[in-house]
Write a protein that binds this ligand. Sequence first.
Ligand code: GDP
Length: 454
Amino acid sequence: MSAARALPLVAILGRPNAGKSTLFNRLTGARKAIVHDEPGVTRDLNYGEAEWRGQSFVVVDTGGFEPDPETPLKKQIQEQTRLAIEEADVVVFLFDGKAGLAPLDQEAIGLLRRARKPTLFAVNKIDTSAKEVQRYEFFRLGVEEVFPISAEHGLGLAALLDRIVASLPQTQAGAEEPDQAGALPLRIAVVGRPNVGKSSLVNRLVGYERALVDAAPGTTRDATDTPFSWEGDDYVLVDTAGIRRKARIADRLERYSVLRALRSVDRAQLLIHVIDALEGASAQDAQILSYALRRGKAVVLAVNKWDLVRPQERDAEGYRQRVFARLAFADFAPLVFISARTGLGIGELMALVRRASSSYQKTVPTAQLNRVLQEAVRAHAPASYQGRQVKLYYATQTGTAPPTFTLFVNFPAAIKPDYERFLVHQLRASLALDHTPVRLHFRARRDERPGRRR
Ligand code: GDP
């Protein structure tokens, strides 16, 4: 089940104007931008999915991050590089073949070398073979292999992509994620903008003592993930080390924090997405959430710092409506008001986590599934297709985590997004699949394909 897998992450690094965005667009294709037509989501994102020779991965253009006017460029590049080194599986470092080598390049190379992260070096803007000679300047850096490319004209990309794919970790697919429901503790990521209270929440869930032990340098166990139990159920919080550490610029900058969130999302099955009660949901929240849903994760929204809202001013229903006006595409996700500081709502939060996790991993009996679908079609039939009636023959569950159903129909192309949403809504309501994304695939039943008849 590809949805449950962590996609490897490839980060494109390089100084401003090296051509990172152009390369990014080449690798992902505009149509593959992860965040697309969800309302409330901005389009100028710099991460997307790419595929080469059957291998999918996520590409991140670090250079697209907004410059922080208060931080010197050099410092920003160091932070950006360090973050990419930590979070990415493979780094593609891009030189500017027209402008030549810059001191900033040398510095980044130094950092990359010390990190021992798989790094590929490419010289961009090598548009004709005559100019290819320019890349030799880059060999003097002691880099073994340099890929001459032109992101703009699409030259040299196959060789680079071959190497990217060969450098990706091979064990990633399916290694961490249980396919059987409940076989391993549910993996939870706590995500949200800087300062919303993620680290306070993690401490509250895990217990302060445990948190301190994990944070101590030199502890031998892998302190990235933290197991905990809640009322007899076992869970794992992923990437807690990154949440607790925030001395550095990268951890405080909003745009950078998205990169970390993406990684955590991919490693988890369920997100606790934290929103600051005083700030509300932001475009950044929409981006992370939209990515999470496209990756098929379950989500519980937690509005934290509710203690800061005076009791007489607490309008939970109004608040909920404002959040979902912004995050309409996630309207099935439960929302709970909490205070990591006082403990308010934490029990309720974990009750929702448990419920979402059970929906997420649920297996529905086929007969029941088909009964619900037939009823749905009877209540509201799909619009006809090129003058012909659209028929839904049969459905079967083809995956869990999230629940995935394949529906056999005569004309898959006839099923429009709003009809699909209608069906999903019916399934959620009738099969206790609340609080989880639900995926539908439509397949043509063979003997009914257009052109095959008579
Ligand atoms: P993170 O960056 O998301 O990990 O946020 P932190 O957990 O570090 O919290 C940021 C600030 O908000 C800290 O000063 C916390 O003490 C404070 N804080 C976190 N949760 C709450 C809460 O529920 N209520 C109040 N009043 N303050 C909180």
